[in-house]
Design a protein around this ligand. Structure first.
Ligand code: AMP
Ligand code: MG
Length: 286
Protein backbone atom coordinates (compact mmCIF):
# COMPACT_ATOMS: atom_id res chain seq x y z
CA UNK A 1 0.00 0.00 0.00
CA UNK A 2 1.21 3.51 -0.77
CA UNK A 3 0.52 4.92 2.71
CA UNK A 4 1.28 8.47 1.69
CA UNK A 5 -1.26 8.54 -1.09
CA UNK A 6 -3.80 6.62 0.97
CA UNK A 7 -3.75 8.90 4.03
CA UNK A 8 -2.59 12.32 2.84
CA UNK A 9 -4.93 15.30 3.08
CA UNK A 10 -4.75 16.57 -0.50
CA UNK A 11 -4.06 20.31 -0.49
CA UNK A 12 -7.29 22.23 -0.93
CA UNK A 13 -9.52 19.24 -0.13
CA UNK A 14 -12.18 18.96 2.56
CA UNK A 15 -11.59 16.74 5.57
CA UNK A 16 -14.46 14.58 6.87
CA UNK A 17 -13.10 12.69 9.85
CA UNK A 18 -16.43 10.93 10.35
CA UNK A 19 -15.80 9.22 7.00
CA UNK A 20 -12.41 7.85 8.06
CA UNK A 21 -12.51 4.53 9.92
CA UNK A 22 -10.17 4.77 12.95
CA UNK A 23 -10.09 0.95 13.08
CA UNK A 24 -8.86 0.56 9.49
CA UNK A 25 -5.98 -1.89 9.17
CA UNK A 26 -5.56 -2.45 5.47
CA UNK A 27 -6.91 -5.39 3.55
CA UNK A 28 -6.04 -8.82 4.91
CA UNK A 29 -3.37 -7.39 7.18
CA UNK A 30 -2.89 -8.86 10.65
CA UNK A 31 -0.61 -7.68 13.43
CA UNK A 32 1.51 -10.82 12.95
CA UNK A 33 1.92 -10.23 9.18
CA UNK A 34 2.81 -6.61 9.84
CA UNK A 35 5.65 -7.28 12.32
CA UNK A 36 8.38 -8.03 9.72
CA UNK A 37 7.16 -5.10 7.63
CA UNK A 38 7.37 -2.76 10.66
CA UNK A 39 10.90 -4.05 11.38
CA UNK A 40 11.82 -3.32 7.77
CA UNK A 41 10.60 0.27 8.02
CA UNK A 42 12.45 0.77 11.32
CA UNK A 43 15.65 -0.42 9.63
CA UNK A 44 15.07 1.96 6.70
CA UNK A 45 14.54 4.90 9.08
CA UNK A 46 17.70 3.96 10.94
CA UNK A 47 19.80 3.99 7.75
CA UNK A 48 18.23 7.19 6.42
CA UNK A 49 18.57 9.09 9.70
CA UNK A 50 22.26 8.15 9.76
CA UNK A 51 22.58 9.64 6.27
CA UNK A 52 20.61 12.77 7.21
CA UNK A 53 22.93 13.35 10.17
CA UNK A 54 26.09 12.67 8.16
CA UNK A 55 24.90 14.77 5.21
CA UNK A 56 24.12 17.68 7.54
CA UNK A 57 22.37 19.74 4.92
CA UNK A 58 18.66 19.06 5.46
CA UNK A 59 16.36 18.26 8.37
CA UNK A 60 13.04 16.61 9.17
CA UNK A 61 10.21 17.86 11.36
CA UNK A 62 7.49 15.40 12.40
CA UNK A 63 4.38 16.93 13.99
CA UNK A 64 2.09 14.68 16.07
CA UNK A 65 -1.40 15.77 17.04
CA UNK A 66 -4.32 13.79 18.45
CA UNK A 67 -7.11 13.83 20.97
CA UNK A 68 -6.21 12.59 24.47
CA UNK A 69 -4.95 8.99 24.52
CA UNK A 70 -4.55 9.13 20.75
CA UNK A 71 -1.09 7.55 20.94
CA UNK A 72 1.35 10.44 20.45
CA UNK A 73 3.73 9.14 23.13
CA UNK A 74 3.63 5.68 21.58
CA UNK A 75 4.55 7.07 18.16
CA UNK A 76 7.49 8.98 19.63
CA UNK A 77 8.74 5.74 21.18
CA UNK A 78 8.23 3.88 17.92
CA UNK A 79 10.06 6.46 15.80
CA UNK A 80 12.95 6.51 18.24
CA UNK A 81 13.27 2.75 17.91
CA UNK A 82 14.53 3.49 14.40
CA UNK A 83 16.67 6.51 15.13
CA UNK A 84 19.89 7.27 16.93
CA UNK A 85 19.31 9.68 19.86
CA UNK A 86 22.31 11.58 18.50
CA UNK A 87 20.60 13.86 16.00
CA UNK A 88 17.03 13.17 17.09
CA UNK A 89 14.99 15.29 19.51
CA UNK A 90 11.43 14.99 20.81
CA UNK A 91 9.75 18.17 22.07
CA UNK A 92 6.49 18.22 24.04
CA UNK A 93 4.31 21.33 23.94
CA UNK A 94 2.32 21.98 27.11
CA UNK A 95 0.42 25.04 28.21
CA UNK A 96 2.65 27.99 27.37
CA UNK A 97 4.89 29.13 30.22
CA UNK A 98 4.56 32.73 31.35
CA UNK A 99 7.61 33.61 29.25
CA UNK A 100 6.23 31.81 26.18
CA UNK A 101 2.87 33.50 26.64
CA UNK A 102 4.45 36.93 26.34
CA UNK A 103 5.70 36.08 22.84
CA UNK A 104 3.97 35.37 19.54
CA UNK A 105 2.55 31.83 19.28
CA UNK A 106 5.23 30.62 16.85
CA UNK A 107 8.14 31.74 19.00
CA UNK A 108 8.46 28.56 21.02
CA UNK A 109 7.94 26.32 17.99
CA UNK A 110 10.62 28.15 16.03
CA UNK A 111 13.17 27.69 18.83
CA UNK A 112 12.75 23.95 18.61
CA UNK A 113 12.69 23.67 14.80
CA UNK A 114 15.35 21.21 13.62
CA UNK A 115 18.89 22.29 12.84
CA UNK A 116 20.50 20.87 9.72
CA UNK A 117 21.05 17.13 10.08
CA UNK A 118 18.44 16.77 12.83
CA UNK A 119 15.11 14.99 13.14
CA UNK A 120 12.73 16.75 15.52
CA UNK A 121 9.44 15.26 16.66
CA UNK A 122 6.82 17.68 17.98
CA UNK A 123 4.52 15.97 20.51
CA UNK A 124 1.74 18.57 20.18
CA UNK A 125 2.88 21.72 18.44
CA UNK A 126 2.04 25.21 17.23
CA UNK A 127 -1.24 23.68 16.05
CA UNK A 128 -2.50 23.79 19.66
CA UNK A 129 -2.95 27.49 19.00
CA UNK A 130 -5.75 26.74 16.54
CA UNK A 131 -7.05 23.68 18.47
CA UNK A 132 -7.25 23.95 22.27
CA UNK A 133 -7.12 27.74 21.99
CA UNK A 134 -10.11 27.73 19.65
CA UNK A 135 -12.13 25.08 21.51
CA UNK A 136 -11.61 26.75 24.90
CA UNK A 137 -11.90 30.28 23.52
CA UNK A 138 -8.48 31.18 24.95
CA UNK A 139 -8.21 33.76 22.17
CA UNK A 140 -10.95 35.44 20.13
CA UNK A 141 -11.80 34.13 16.67
CA UNK A 142 -10.28 37.22 15.09
CA UNK A 143 -6.93 36.07 16.53
CA UNK A 144 -6.94 32.28 15.95
CA UNK A 145 -8.50 32.50 12.48
CA UNK A 146 -5.52 34.51 11.24
CA UNK A 147 -3.10 31.86 12.44
CA UNK A 148 -3.56 29.34 9.59
CA UNK A 149 -1.91 31.73 7.17
CA UNK A 150 0.84 32.52 9.66
CA UNK A 151 1.46 28.79 10.16
CA UNK A 152 1.66 28.26 6.40
CA UNK A 153 4.17 31.09 6.06
CA UNK A 154 6.21 29.74 8.98
CA UNK A 155 6.32 26.22 7.54
CA UNK A 156 7.13 27.58 4.07
CA UNK A 157 10.11 29.37 5.58
CA UNK A 158 11.31 26.22 7.35
CA UNK A 159 10.93 24.29 4.10
CA UNK A 160 12.94 26.89 2.19
CA UNK A 161 15.69 26.34 4.73
CA UNK A 162 15.87 22.61 3.99
CA UNK A 163 13.33 21.18 6.47
CA UNK A 164 10.93 18.48 5.32
CA UNK A 165 7.71 18.61 7.34
CA UNK A 166 5.30 15.72 7.96
CA UNK A 167 2.18 16.23 10.08
CA UNK A 168 0.19 13.33 11.51
CA UNK A 169 -3.28 13.34 13.04
CA UNK A 170 -3.73 10.10 15.00
CA UNK A 171 -7.38 9.26 14.51
CA UNK A 172 -9.00 7.16 17.26
CA UNK A 173 -12.68 6.52 18.02
CA UNK A 174 -14.36 7.69 21.24
CA UNK A 175 -14.80 4.00 22.18
CA UNK A 176 -11.07 3.39 21.81
CA UNK A 177 -10.32 6.47 23.91
CA UNK A 178 -12.54 5.14 26.68
CA UNK A 179 -10.87 1.72 26.48
CA UNK A 180 -7.49 3.43 26.87
CA UNK A 181 -8.76 5.52 29.80
CA UNK A 182 -9.87 2.26 31.45
CA UNK A 183 -6.44 0.70 30.90
CA UNK A 184 -4.92 3.74 32.58
CA UNK A 185 -7.26 3.37 35.54
CA UNK A 186 -6.55 -0.35 35.87
CA UNK A 187 -2.77 -0.07 35.65
CA UNK A 188 -1.01 1.77 38.48
CA UNK A 189 1.99 2.30 36.19
CA UNK A 190 -0.22 4.45 33.99
CA UNK A 191 -2.00 6.44 36.69
CA UNK A 192 0.32 9.38 36.12
CA UNK A 193 -1.17 9.78 32.65
CA UNK A 194 -4.66 10.44 34.03
CA UNK A 195 -5.65 14.07 34.01
CA UNK A 196 -8.45 15.87 35.81
CA UNK A 197 -9.69 17.22 32.50
CA UNK A 198 -9.84 13.92 30.55
CA UNK A 199 -13.63 13.61 30.73
CA UNK A 200 -14.49 17.28 30.27
CA UNK A 201 -12.21 17.35 27.22
CA UNK A 202 -13.88 14.20 25.92
CA UNK A 203 -17.22 15.99 25.95
CA UNK A 204 -15.72 18.58 23.64
CA UNK A 205 -14.88 15.86 21.06
CA UNK A 206 -17.10 17.33 18.28
CA UNK A 207 -15.58 20.77 18.79
CA UNK A 208 -12.06 19.35 18.59
CA UNK A 209 -12.92 17.41 15.44
CA UNK A 210 -14.26 20.59 13.86
CA UNK A 211 -11.06 22.43 14.80
CA UNK A 212 -8.84 19.61 13.47
CA UNK A 213 -10.76 19.43 10.20
CA UNK A 214 -10.40 23.13 9.53
CA UNK A 215 -6.74 23.15 10.57
CA UNK A 216 -5.91 20.29 8.21
CA UNK A 217 -7.92 21.78 5.35
CA UNK A 218 -6.14 25.11 5.65
CA UNK A 219 -2.60 23.93 6.34
CA UNK A 220 -2.10 20.73 4.33
CA UNK A 221 0.22 21.98 1.62
CA UNK A 222 2.44 19.99 -0.70
CA UNK A 223 5.64 20.75 1.21
CA UNK A 224 4.04 20.28 4.64
CA UNK A 225 1.24 17.73 4.24
CA UNK A 226 -1.14 16.38 6.87
CA UNK A 227 -1.88 12.67 7.11
CA UNK A 228 -4.94 11.24 8.87
CA UNK A 229 -3.72 7.96 10.36
CA UNK A 230 -6.24 5.33 11.53
CA UNK A 231 -4.90 4.81 15.04
CA UNK A 232 -7.20 2.46 16.97
CA UNK A 233 -4.66 -0.28 16.25
CA UNK A 234 -1.26 0.74 17.47
CA UNK A 235 0.62 -1.63 15.16
CA UNK A 236 -1.16 -0.27 12.06
CA UNK A 237 -0.55 3.31 13.18
CA UNK A 238 3.16 2.55 13.66
CA UNK A 239 3.44 0.77 10.31
CA UNK A 240 1.76 3.64 8.45
CA UNK A 241 3.82 6.38 10.10
CA UNK A 242 7.21 4.68 9.82
CA UNK A 243 6.56 3.87 6.16
CA UNK A 244 5.59 7.48 5.42
CA UNK A 245 8.63 8.82 7.28
CA UNK A 246 11.02 6.41 5.52
CA UNK A 247 9.47 7.01 2.06
CA UNK A 248 9.83 10.76 2.56
CA UNK A 249 13.43 10.56 3.75
CA UNK A 250 14.20 8.28 0.81
CA UNK A 251 13.30 11.12 -1.52
CA UNK A 252 15.49 13.70 0.17
CA UNK A 253 18.56 12.73 -1.86
CA UNK A 254 20.58 12.08 1.29
CA UNK A 255 24.16 11.06 0.75
CA UNK A 256 27.36 10.62 2.71
CA UNK A 257 29.46 13.78 2.56
CA UNK A 258 32.70 13.66 0.55
CA UNK A 259 35.80 12.58 2.42
CA UNK A 260 37.65 15.63 3.75
CA UNK A 261 41.07 14.03 3.97
CA UNK A 262 43.62 12.47 1.62
CA UNK A 263 42.94 8.78 2.27
CA UNK A 264 46.32 7.70 0.84
CA UNK A 265 48.06 9.98 3.30
CA UNK A 266 45.93 8.76 6.23
CA UNK A 267 46.56 5.11 5.26
CA UNK A 268 50.29 5.76 5.30
CA UNK A 269 49.97 7.28 8.80
CA UNK A 270 47.96 4.25 9.92
CA UNK A 271 50.58 1.80 8.67
CA UNK A 272 53.36 3.78 10.35
CA UNK A 273 51.39 3.69 13.63
CA UNK A 274 50.77 -0.02 13.20
CA UNK A 275 54.54 -0.61 13.19
CA UNK A 276 54.78 1.03 16.65
CA UNK A 277 51.45 0.38 18.41
CA UNK A 278 52.60 1.85 21.73
CA UNK A 279 52.68 5.57 22.50
CA UNK A 280 56.05 6.92 23.67
CA UNK A 281 55.76 8.34 27.17
CA UNK A 282 52.58 6.42 28.08
CA UNK A 283 52.47 3.03 29.68
CA UNK A 284 49.30 1.30 30.80
CA UNK A 285 49.35 -0.08 34.34
CA UNK A 286 47.61 -3.40 34.83
P1 AMP B 1 -0.22 16.53 27.70
O1 AMP B 1 0.16 16.46 26.26
O2 AMP B 1 -1.21 15.46 28.09
O3 AMP B 1 0.95 16.58 28.61
O4 AMP B 1 -1.02 17.89 27.93
C1 AMP B 1 -0.51 19.11 27.54
C2 AMP B 1 -1.64 20.10 27.65
O5 AMP B 1 -1.15 21.39 27.24
C3 AMP B 1 -2.82 19.78 26.77
O6 AMP B 1 -4.00 19.88 27.50
C4 AMP B 1 -2.74 20.83 25.68
O7 AMP B 1 -3.98 21.13 25.13
C5 AMP B 1 -2.12 22.00 26.43
N1 AMP B 1 -1.52 22.96 25.51
C6 AMP B 1 -0.54 22.75 24.62
N2 AMP B 1 -0.29 23.86 23.91
C7 AMP B 1 -1.15 24.81 24.35
C8 AMP B 1 -1.39 26.16 24.00
N3 AMP B 1 -0.69 26.77 23.04
N4 AMP B 1 -2.35 26.83 24.67
C9 AMP B 1 -3.03 26.21 25.65
N5 AMP B 1 -2.86 24.94 26.02
C10 AMP B 1 -1.93 24.23 25.39
MG1 MG C 1 -3.16 14.47 28.16
Amino acid sequence: MDFRRRFVVEPGSKVHLDKVDPGYKGKDLSHKDALPEIAKQVARMDRLQYLLYADGDQSLLVVLQALDAGGKDGVVRHLFSGMNPQGTIAVGFKQPSSLEATHDFLWRAHQHAPAKGQVVIFNRSHYEDVLVVRVHKLAPKSVWSGRYELINDFEKMLHANGTRILKFFLHISPEEQLARFKRRLDDPARHWKISESDYSERELWPKYIEAFEEAMEKTSISHAPWFVIPANRKWFRNLAISTIVADTMDEMGLKLPPTRVDLGDIRAKYHAAEQKPGIPGWKATD
